[in-house]
Design a protein around this ligand. Structure first.
Ligand SMILES: [Zn+2]
Length: 423
């Protein structure tokens, strides 16, 4: 039983000393340097968030985002050894991704580790020497199959080609899971605030969860306990980064109720399916389709807040209508939106994208940061009216009136009409 966090000696649990990471260790020379944005991975150095040796850490927080808390439960309940070291045999990326020029630009990527999928490869020597370094990105291959795509085939909008789209409706994709890794000075710069302010609020708003945020200014990288993202690539990933490759792209923020369960109060799943259809079409034309799926449920306010807002909308005097749509959210959450698209373009730069030929999105909140980050957008594809579900007309009108990309902006009289279903 040695190596377990707690030793069971038959007379009770004998706890090991608690390891505090909030102050520099006695062997600061052991901390490997991290030169964020260096083009050479060995010059950049590995992100080390090991829990085994505090002196070896050069990052705040730990791997697996919010799932780190489940790991703590597994250790606490005696089901996982605290010192378990992963065996990375055969886990390497199923297809190569990068490197691209943006990986060597400290301002272009600040919220993920561009070398996160190549850790066992580029840091092999350090790992062989005993360093506990872990991937923050994984790249695999899959087939997906969705009823909307089968319908698009029956309607003749999609035709199987035997490569991207198979006759049974299966779509060949590359899927990439990405954990957030924040370079704090770069994140602060994106929001136009000081790094000290950012660190202080991250510390205080997590109930003091990560003391190093305020005690260790020498640690500049933070693995936040939040959800990451998944990228679905359609077509040949090796075409990414080539100037002539056409790209279709949808950046989709998670909406579990619609995306998975088909709840009809919003347009999320229909728009996602439409984006996937556009990606398949682009791949069949020889380009690459990119779906980025961000774990930012309910505009990153979470599902409890989201459902409270639904009730407030449907119970308000005059019924569920577009002119009160954003206000009802603000009443409950204090803000209309917490998705902070400032960090969103990072993944596009990580994929080597410098131009999006078809952006499947109406949102100016997504469009603006993409073009401000230096990516050219050739055309924007709105959702076809026929795909908007019955109860989602309130959301659609409100968003059009608030500056979504559209040809027909609804007027005040239109926005005051209750179009949503009552509770
Ligand atoms: Zn939704």
């Amino acid at each position: 039983m040695t190596g377990l966090n707690r030793l069971r000696d038959g007379k009770g649990i004998v706890p090991k000393p608690i390891i505090l990471t909030s102050h520099p260790q006695r062997r600061p020379a052991a901390t490997p340097p991290l030169a964020w944005g260096a083009a050479d991975p060995l010059a950049r150095g590995p992100v080390i968030a090991t829990l085994a040796d505090p002196a070896a850490r050069n990052a705040i927080g730990t791997h697996a985002g919010s799932y780190a808390l489940y790991r703590a439960l597994a250790v606490a309940s005696g089901q996982l050894r605290a010192d378990h070291r992963p065996d990375f045999r055969n886990t390497r990326p199923a297809v190569p991704v990068g490197p691209f020029p943006a990986w060597g630009d400290p301002g272009k990527i600040v919220s993920l580790d561009p070398w996160g999928h190549l850790v066992p490869e580029v840091f092999a020597d350090a790992m062989a020497a005993g360093q506990d370094i872990r991937p923050s990105i994984a790249v695999t291959r899959a087939h997906i199959n969705m009823p909307e795509l089968m319908q698009a085939m029956r309607d003749g909008r999609l035709l199987p080609d035997g490569e991207v789209l198979l006759g049974n409706g299966d779509v060949r994709v590359t899927k990439i899971a990405i954990e957030p890794v924040w370079f704090l000075p770069g994140v602060a710069a994106r929001f136009g605030i000081g790094e000290t302010e950012l660190r202080r609020d991250l510390f205080e708003q997590t109930g003091g969860m990560f003391p190093e945020l305020v005690t260790r200014p020498d640690l500049r990288v933070f693995l936040p306990p939040i959800g990451g993202m998944t990228v679905y690539l359609f077509g040949e990933p090796s075409k990414l980064g080539l100037p002539h490759t056409q790209v279709a792209c949808r950046i989709h923020d998670e909406c579990n109720g619609s995306d998975v369960f088909g709840s009809d109060i919003c347009t999320c799943r229909p728009y996602l399916a439409h984006g996937i259809e556009a990606c398949i079409g682009m791949a069949q034309e020889g380009g690459v389709g990119v779906i980025v799926y961000n774990r930012k449920e309910g505009r990153a306010l979470g599902e409890v807040t989201k459902f409270l807002v639904y009730n407030a909308r449907k119970r308000q005097e005059g019924g569920d209508r577009a002119d009160q749509y954003f206000q009802r959210t603000e009443c409950v959450a204090g803000v209309q939106d917490m998705r902070f698209q400032e960090l969103m373009p990072d993944v596009l730069h990580w994929l080597g994208i410098t131009r999006i030929d078809r952006l499947v999105s109406m949102s100016n909140m997504k469009f603006a940061p993409i073009i401000e980050s230096g990516i050219e957008v050739i055309s924007r594809v709105p959702i076809p009216d026929a795909l908007i579900p019955a109860d989602a007309q309130v959301e659609m009108d409100a968003k059009k009136a608030a500056g979504y990309f559209t040809e027909a902006v609804p007027d005040a009289a239109e926005l005051a009409i209750a179009k949503g279903r009552a509770l």
